[in-house]
Write a protein that binds this ligand. Structure first.
Ligand code: FE2
Ligand code: FE2
Length: 136
């Protein structure tokens, strides 16, 4: 795979990490309950670390990290909607990283993406547990 194509895929992941970071930072402030709010805040910080790792890979291959994010969907103003949205974002991320790991033949990139994938799986579990607590 050419460097340009790797950069394009990494930028796709990068923009999604920006969107996820922004959504989680906002929701952490809105959430009325302490525990889901703190978990969301901590995970927002993980997503920002993912942004940094991806930006580093992009720049190292001669690209520039893109900033063109889409309009944000926060999942509404209630806790259940927000947690459902956040769980869905993690599912999307898991599917996308799995696909990119299959496609990309650069060992360093694949190593980082696998690490991120493990964290996204943990995030989805954290949100699932909070969802079960409010609607068993
Ligand atoms: Fe992430
Ligand atoms: Fe995540």
């Amino acid at each position: 795979m050419e460097a340009g194509e790797i950069i394009r895929l990494l930028n796709e992941d990068y923009v999604k990490e920006i969107e996820t970071t922004l959504i989680y930072v906002r929701n952490a402030f809105i959430m009325p309950r302490c525990d889901p709010s703190r978990v969301t805040e901590a995970i927002a910080i993980d997503e920002m670390r993912h942004m940094n790792w991806l930006a580093e890979l992009i720049v190292k291959r001669g690209g520039k990290p893109g900033m063109e994010h889409n309009e944000l969907d926060f999942g509404g103003d209630d806790l259940k909607g927000q947690l459902e949205k956040q769980k869905a974002l993690e599912t999307d991320a898991i599917e996308r990283y799995k696909k990119h790991i299959e496609m990309i033949d650069d060992a360093e990139v694949v190593g980082v993406l696998k690490h991120i994938l493990d964290e996204e799986k943990r995030h989805r579990k954290e949100f699932r547990i909070r969802l079960e607590k409010i609607s068993p």
